[in-house]
Write a new protein. Structure first.
Length: 354
């Protein structure tokens, strides 16, 4: 997707933040870090694992091109740094440790998320049990809520940009990739075309105002992918994907959802709605009973789902973990369960419930 609103004078995307505290060092990267291998890459960045020589600490070095398609993009890199700095106290956002400048790149030295992308768990033959999925979604919502409290919208939330601090045992989430993030209110209405077609909300495709609700659509897509292993809107080509998104053409058939609880479906249905104003906020989502059903279970060691065959692999049931780090919850699970309105029939226990 490439259509962006440009600043008429500079030709740059409008509303970029420019205030940063982190100095951009020109000291040669190799003298400070040992670069050990590639962790991932996107359109304009490559991310490599690196070890700080003085401390032995591992970081992720994100190499961002200063020039892209013949255009100076330094201000966009500075913007990404500024957003990361604004999110410094947000425990669900990856931390910015330092920045370096080389001939072609600005290199952001980021907190290392050793567990990889949650995308791997969407395409794996073995999908995560719902108890783990709800924990990851709660943490994602917490991070998104904190961003929204600062008037920041991420606009590129997708399973590739939600990382894990560890793999075994499954760690906590860290949100990365703030290249498309924007500060709401900085330049009046935001109507840029951004993001990745599969994960982007209908208002983005329709060039309608972007709000915090735009991120909540993406959370719905992520939840769908984690529970089913399928991408809800992807079509055979871009055109078909756009059409699926703008018509909210979602498959809730039993074939995809046979091992998924009714509450999970209810949660996803509440987020994948066309009108942004009809989507719950991140804080409201946190009160959805799906997110709490398994951690309120009296028997936390019982398996929650039987193993079964599915079209794209096997779903397995691992024992749910401890009811996690409660201090990070927005409020207590009990108060949430009372506040969220959900369909009566959805409150009945699904196959996967405890
Ligand atoms: P882009 O803007 O090009 O999409 P990202 O910031 O999303 O770049 O990084 C690309 C990929 O690199 C991610 O999807 C992830 O796999 C990996 N990655 C990014 N940041 C980290 C990190 N802090 N720790 C570990 N891996 C990372
Ligand atoms: Mg990315």
């Amino acid at each position: 997707m490439s259509r962006r609103r440009l600043d008429s004078r500079s030709g740059l995307p409008a509303g970029l933040l420019s205030d940063i505290q982190t100095p951009i060092s020109t000291e040669p990267l190799e003298s400070v870090y040992e670069i050990t291998g590639e962790l991932g890459r996107g359109k304009f960045a490559v991310v490599k694992r690196c070890v700080e020589k003085s401390s032995g600490k591992v970081f992720a070095a994100k190499f961002l091109r200063k020039r892209r398609r013949g255009r100076d993009c330094r201000s966009e890199v500075i913007h990404e740094m500024a957003v990361l700095e604004m999110s410094h106290n947000n425990n669900r956002v990856v931390n910015l440790h330092a920045a370096h400048e080389t001939d072609h790149d600005i290199v952001l030295i980021l907190e290392y998320a050793a567990g990889g992308e949650i995308f791997d768990h969407c395409v794996s033959d073995e999908l995560l049990p719902e108890a783990q999925i709800t924990r990851l979604i709660r943490q994602t919502l917490e991070g998104v809520h904190n961003l929204h409290q600062s008037n920041l919208v991420h606009l590129d939330l997708k399973p590739q940009n939600i990382l894990l601090t560890g793999l075994s045992p499954l760690g906590d989430i860290k949100i990365v990739d703030f290249g498309l993030a924007r500060r709401l209110g900085a330049v009046g209405e935001l109507r840029e075309i951004l993001g990745t077609p599969e994960y982007v909300a209908p208002e983005v495709l329709n060039y309608e105002p972007i709000t915090t609700a735009t991120d909540l659509w993406s959370v719905g897509v992520i939840a769908y992918m984690l529970v089913t292993g399928e991408s809800p809107f992807v079509g055979d080509d871009k055109q078909e994907t756009y059409l699926n998104v703008s018509q909210v053409n979602v498959d809730y058939s039993r074939e995809n959802f046979s091992m998924v609880s009714e509450l999970a479906v209810d949660f996803i249905r509440k987020l994948l709605v066309k009108a942004p104003e009809d989507r719950p906020s991140a804080a409201e989502c946190m009160s959805h009973p799906w997110l709490w059903q398994l951690c309120l279970s009296p028997d936390l060691t019982a398996p929650t789902r039987p193993v079964r065959e599915r079209s794209c692999g096997i779903k397995w049931a691992a024992p749910p973990e401890d009811p996690e780090d409660k201090e990070n919850f927005l409020e207590s699970p009990h108060s949430h369960a009372k506040r969220f309105r959900f369909d009566e029939e959805s409150s009945t226990r699904g196959e996967g419930d405890c």
